[in-house]
Design a protein around this ligand. Structure first.
Ligand SMILES: *[C@@H]1O[C@H](CO)[C@@H](O)[C@H](O)[C@H]1NC(C)=O
Ligand SMILES: *[C@@H]1O[C@H](CO)[C@@H](O)[C@H](O)[C@H]1NC(C)=O
Ligand SMILES: *[C@@H]1O[C@H](CO)[C@@H](O)[C@H](O)[C@H]1NC(C)=O
Ligand SMILES: *[C@@H]1O[C@H](CO)[C@@H](O)[C@H](O)[C@H]1NC(C)=O
Ligand SMILES: *[C@@H]1O[C@H](CO)[C@@H](O)[C@H](O)[C@H]1NC(C)=O
Length: 339
């Protein structure tokens, strides 16, 4: 949304459209919080902010390449649950179970790296850079460090004061069919294209057995393994994941994009196209005309540039979901507790 607004304003400033319309657009724009985010937000108050984030993220991802996926995921979880307000980073308190401790918290990781970045930013410019902005910047840097695209991130988010395990129902379900996924995205103002493009984030990272084991075995609910899963691939997965009742404690993980799970590229789409999407939500991208066409196009390997561009656009939309700006929320001093 932020990116689209910028483009529109620029073309209007070119003078093609009457001034009255320009004013109208500006007024509408200023009513939405997303319109208040700005790429140069910290230029004066913390000019080194982006470089500090980039340097710390680079050090962490160089040491453990699989952190790239974890950092991208933290931002995604943050934005889908109650908006991009860093609520995902808050610790539980004696009277409140926070998002990160929700029953299936999907083993979120990277909290320590975020804390390190925050400490350095507090030294450089105390009380200035929000944890929500840090997550947005780290996600962008993680993708580019994994050899993916980079893009300007609009900044100025503020941090929320509430984090509730109960809100995690807003996350798109890993077991969802394409209809449920479309609904979960639409509820956040994201469309079919955002769905298939942001699913491409599964070019990075791994999944626990518990998130796909039900596709491998006949069970009470399903009398056969998931027919949408390539049979030979399913055989291999059953060797890793030996029971349909795998629990989240299992340490067995499987790459979502086998062979290049630390590199941001389009091979994820090739796996999905060959019916080797690991999660039901990945596989279900073949079940809708639009998302299927996109998967097949990206899988051809001839549209990497298009995908990178699309990914940057959809990330900017996601990063503007339900943001707090102006005098809303606060700038946390530590990302895991409210001030
Ligand atoms: C902020 O700084 C960046 C990089 O130095 C520059 O590209 C951008 O135009 C600046 N934005 C504003 C609003 O000053
Ligand atoms: C970031 O890293 C570069 C290269 O190591 C270094 O020259 C620069 O001073 C660092 N910047 C900050 C703000 O730490
Ligand atoms: C938890 O208790 C503290 C102190 O009594 C209170 O300030 C806070 O609002 C409570 N949080 C919730 C979610 O009830
Ligand atoms: C996930 O939740 C469990 C409890 O359900 C908790 O022990 C664990 O620390 C949480 N993981 C993270 C990364 O917060
Ligand atoms: C998983 O771990 C949690 C906490 O460590 C424990 O309470 C739970 O019983 C374990 N689940 C299984 C199925 O072993």
């Amino acid at each position: 949304m932020a990116a689209a607004a910028t483009v529109r304003t620029r073309s209007l400033a070119g003078g093609v459209v009457p001034v009255a319309l320009l004013l109208l657009v500006l007024c509408t724009g200023s009513s939405s919080a997303a319109g208040q985010l700005d790429v140069g937000y910290y230029n004066k108050t913390c000019p080194a902010a982006e470089e500090i984030v980039r340097n710390e993220t680079a050090a962490a991802v160089t040491a453990s390449p699989d952190l790239a996926a974890a950092l991208l995921r933290l931002h995604y979880h943050d934005c889908f649950v109650q908006g991009c307000d860093a609520s995902v980073l808050l610790d539980s308190t004696p009277n409140n179970t926070a998002e990160r401790d929700a029953k299936p918290n999907g083993s979120l990781r990277g909290f320590d790296v975020v804390a390190r970045v925050k400490d350095r930013l507090e030294q450089a410019c105390p009380g200035t850079v929000s944890c929500a902005d840090i997550l947005a910047l780290m996600a962008r840097d993680a993708v580019s460090l994994a050899k993916g695209p980079s893009w300007p991130v609009a900044l100025g988010r503020r941090d929320g004061r509430i984090s509730s395990a109960g809100s995690c129902g807003e996350l798109p379900p890993l077991h969802g069919d394409v209809g449920l996924m479309v609904q979960a995205f639409a509820a956040k103002g994201l469309d079919l294209k955002d769905l298939v493009v942001l699913s491409g984030a599964h070019t990075l990272g791994k999944a626990h057995c518990s998130s796909y084991a039900d596709r491998l075995y006949a069970s009470a609910g399903c009398s056969t393994p998931d027919p949408a899963l390539d049979a030979r691939y399913a055989d291999r997965l059953r060797m890793r994941c030996t029971s349909p009742y795998a629990d989240d404690n299992s340490t067995t993980t499987t790459e979502l994009d086998p062979g290049s799970s630390d590199t941001f590229d389009t091979s994820y789409y090739r796996h999905v196209a060959r019916r080797r999407g690991l999660l039901r939500s990945d596989a279900s991208l073949l079940d809708h005309r639009f998302t299927r066409a996109y998967v097949l196009q990206a899988a051809s390997g001839r549209y990497d540039g298009h995908f990178y561009h699309d990914f940057a656009v959809s990330m900017a939309k996601m990063a503007a979901i339900g943001v707090l700006t102006g005098d809303q929320g606060e700038i946390r001093r530590k990302c895991n507790v409210v001030n």
